[in-house]
Design a binder for this molecule. Structure first.
Ligand code: ADP
Length: 198
């Protein structure tokens, strides 16, 4: 049984997790379980670049430099995507957005404009030492000790305040991300089903 079966409204989620926490895998599992649309702002920007669109040419140098795209542009893109009928009908799991508290505020504003609300913010928790070990064992080119430490520090500086912002609003479900993929997804589904009340 899943949360969507007794709901008149589709499920609307945000997921957070450090690099190496298994967020991609768990997003796929959430999509299968609840029938929601996976919305990744990183994927949207990469698709815009691949399509050679106006937005794509604006964001390409920013992504290449590992910077953040402006809040205005990012929010405009998410606003447009949230209005699509698939997302309206099926709900979503947002991944990579919001990354700033202004984006978080804008998200709640966008949803309330259409009488909707966010059901939960899932924080997939894996200790720093564990994600560092996992990333090192992947052996990717950009997974040097220094590169790993830099990206993880950026996450703490940038994203943790956004999680705290949602926490102050009582929206955060903490899920232990250690264990086999199915163990983690069972925990995730239990948290979502138990934590989503309407
Ligand atoms: P990563 O987790 O490695 O940063 P993503 O796929 O989430 O990968 O994002 C890739 C890039 O897209 C980011 O480095 C950033 O430049 C841009 N980006 C994605 N989401 C956002 C966002 N919410 N706000 C600003 N920039 C973003």
């Amino acid at each position: 049984m899943s949360a969507n079966e007794h709901r008149s409204e589709p499920l609307r989620l945000v997921i957070f997790g450090r690099q190496g926490a298994g967020k991609g895998t768990q997003c796929d599992r959430i999509v299968k379980q609840y029938g929601v649309v996976h919305l990744s702002t990183g994927d949207m920007f990469r698709a815009a670049i691949a399509a050679g669109s106006e937005i794509g040419s604006q964001v390409a140098p920013i992504l290449a430099a590992g910077g953040l795209v402006s809040d205005d542009l990012t929010i405009a893109l998410v606003r447009e995507r949230l209005a699509h009928s698939d997302v309206q009908e099926s709900g979503f799991v947002l991944d990579g957005f919001p990354r700033t508290t202004s984006q978080a505020d804008a998200l709640l504003g966008l949803l309330s404009e259409s009488g909707a609300s966010l059901d939960a913010v899932v924080n997939l928790e894996v200790a720093l030492e564990e994600v560092t070990a996992r990333m090192k064992s992947r052996g990717r080119n950009d997974d040097t000790d220094e590169g790993i430490a830099k990206r993880l520090a950026l996450y703490d500086r940038e994203t943790v305040p956004v999680i705290d912002w949602f926490d102050e609003r009582g929206l955060v479900l903490r899920v232990d991300g250690i264990g086999a993929e199915h163990e983690v997804s069972d925990r995730l589904f239990a948290a979502i089903d138990g934590g989503v009340t309407h």
